[in-house]
Design a protein around this ligand. Sequence first.
Ligand code: ATR
Length: 271
Amino acid sequence: MDRYALFGNPIGQSKSPFIHSQFALQCNQSMQYDAILAPAEGFADSWHNFVASGGKGGNVTVPFKQQAFQLAEILSARAQQAGAVNTLYINNDGQLCGDNTDGIGLVADLTRLGVNLAGCTVLLLGAGGASRGVIGPLLDAGVKKLVLANRTADKAQRIAANFDSRVCACGLTNIPEHAYSLIINATSTGLAGGRPDLDPQHLKYCQLAYDMVYGAEPTAFMRWAKQQGVARQADGLGMLLSQAAAAFAIWRGVVPYIEPAMAALKQQLTA
Ligand code: ATR
């Protein structure tokens, strides 16, 4: 049976083994997908051991996405732009290839939610690994203007410098006034039940407030956006599923539907 795995540290809460086992059933693929806890300094060794024992491909999560980027012999344009790899596989010539499906996962989820990204003005909050990987795919999907706002403005500026003039950077307290129709929270604040401190005036034209974090209940950012009158809110569960579906398609050549796995995961989250 073909073997795949997620590498991370910590790994205990990961939904990926469940998601990929659902996809495998749905697409009739004979495969196994495990979660591997790699030591903080030992990602490359863990990966090499996995491949030596027959592993075909993998996903990479915190804190190894940059190390996977360094390890890959061939990088997709998406991975190069993101500076991070979340999907690894070995091509027919035996070379280790690195791709990044986080951004296309977000775009797929926004499309599923009915967002028309063409001509859209986006406010992206946070300048960590979560936001860097999604900027290129958002621009490719037609976003006209993207303002990257971070508590530490220099970090946003360093990321924005990799893109053209459609992307500009600022601190959270000096966000320029635009009619932002989509606001995405890519900060880690939701992990601890919080939200970034944002002037509510930026929400005036917002049609969808999207939080990359997910949970059983709407996140603090989603609840706040709703209170401010934003019509729709979504969490990052669909992005998680869509990035997994894109990785699955790279490995297996078939694109799974995310809806059945999403329903099963929602049930698990609220159980
Ligand atoms: P990762 O790379 O895994 O996404 P990270 O680099 O720690 O993680 O990034 C977390 C993001 O959440 C950063 O943009 C961080 O802002 P700083 O760069 O200023 O640290 C943001 N963040 C974390 N806590 C925050 C808070 N209380 N308010 C606003 N932004 C916060």
